[in-house]
Design a protein around this ligand. Sequence first.
Ligand SMILES: Cc1cc2nc3c(=O)[nH]c(=O)nc-3n(C[C@H](O)[C@H](O)[C@H](O)COP(=O)(O)OP(=O)(O)OC[C@H]3O[C@@H](n4cnc5c(N)ncnc54)[C@H](O)[C@@H]3O)c2cc1C
Length: 471
Amino acid sequence: MPVSFAKAALANRYDVIIIGSGLGGLTSANRLAYCGYKVLLLEYHTQLGGLATWFKRKGHIFDVSLHGFPYGMVKTCKKYWNKEIMNSIVQLKNIVFDNPQFHLETTFDRLDFTEKLNKQFKIPESTINAFFSRVAGMNFYDDQSMTTRELFEEFFPGRSDVHRLLMEPISYANGSTLNDPAITYGIVFSNFMNKGVFTFEGGTDKLIGMMTDELEKNGVTICTSAKVDRIVVDNGVVRGVEVQGKLIECGSVVSNSGITNTIYNLAGIDSFSDDFMAKADKIRVNNSSCQVYMGIKKEEKIDDIGDLLFTSTAEEFDSSELCDFTTKSKTFSVYYPKTRPGHDRYTIVASMNSNFEDWNSLSEETYAIEKQNLIDRALIDLDRYLPGAKDKMDWIEAATPKTFNRYTLHTQGTSFGTKFEGLDISRNIFKEVSGLFHVGSVGIIMSGWLGAINYGVIVSNDVDAYMRTIT
Ligand SMILES: Cc1cc2nc3c(=O)[nH]c(=O)nc-3n(C[C@H](O)[C@H](O)[C@H](O)COP(=O)(O)OP(=O)(O)OC[C@H]3O[C@@H](n4cnc5c(N)ncnc54)[C@H](O)[C@@H]3O)c2cc1C
């Protein structure tokens, strides 16, 4: 069982210390322990999972970031976690789009999108196939000068309805915009188009519980309420970490704290060269989120209105409108009892992209008022699909970018790490400080559940290679 730092009997030294238990940190910890390293996992919060989290209210269990991930999770979980985890991954079959430009229901895969683009949007099949081939062929080493907007204009000029269909879900999935490099869109979109959208049956709490069991089986020491205050670096080499004034030594540190936190707050800028810092100073963090969590009374039922609803009353799609303080766009994730077998409740989560400063700049009093306005807007929008649903609810609560910042410490409460430039910094940090590695949402691509887990595997391989050079 994870123990709180105050109660833990820890060794003075570990092979590897992991800072943070997001999906990337958990996966690195698991892989390295599996390979035989003595691993300590330190998590600031009382609960493991990072943004892959949940909370309980009045008999409800609310999932925060379990809205959908690509099929790639099946293979990744089987290979790097275990078959039981893999077996709980199930498809969400009814994805709904509803906005002034179109209404459609889809399984969100290449076959169905091809049909919709052809029959409903009247795009020739040859153009659709050429577009799919282009995005499927994208990889990390491509030229990154083309933006997603330019990609769309090349294939679907002037078709803002098509741009909306293709872009809106990906903006919610990784915070990317039409102005980001097309690769940040193409890789994630192709992942989803492979077979559709999937979820974890049983909820985030079940997944993190199963991952915790696996970590313990592999011998990871896990501490919660363990905020790392400093990564201790001696002459360009990692020596250990400091928690509540205590130094714990190690051969390697894997930081799953945000890359900006890792550089500026944990290792400190003096640990890095001027050249590296010049690049680090240019990192832009991605947007944050607002959410409204709604719990339906035990005795009540609601109709099946789809698993994931991309809704908007904005006339046209616009990346910046999605982040507006009073955005007209949101997704509703509907969790039916089948989502959590044995837990006979319905919950609905409204998610919106959002900017930290819009909320952080408010006075305490205005913040409370605006949170209520956020809830009211979500209820009005939901009423279009589930008339009278409000009367069936016995819990409504909202989270803002400040909430995400408070629980994860992420700079500006970012939901999806950094823009593309963060990837290079994250991948090269070990060249600046021997033994220091970073795992976590960077470069838009390495974000989301699948991106974070896959990045955890990549980084654990780097750590293993490094540890072999020092032992
Ligand atoms: C509202 C929302 C909805 C989302 N929906 C989806 C979705 O539907 N599908 C999907 O695939 N992805 C979704 N995501 C994104 C996904 O949840 C994240 O990309 C992924 O979980 C991030 O994993 P990570 O490894 O980067 O670490 P994070 O989850 O960011 O965790 C980092 C951890 O490090 C800890 N930490 C930080 N600093 C310290 C310190 N100094 N000491 C100790 N611990 C520290 C934090 O407490 C945290 O636990 C969503 C995100 C949000 C916010």
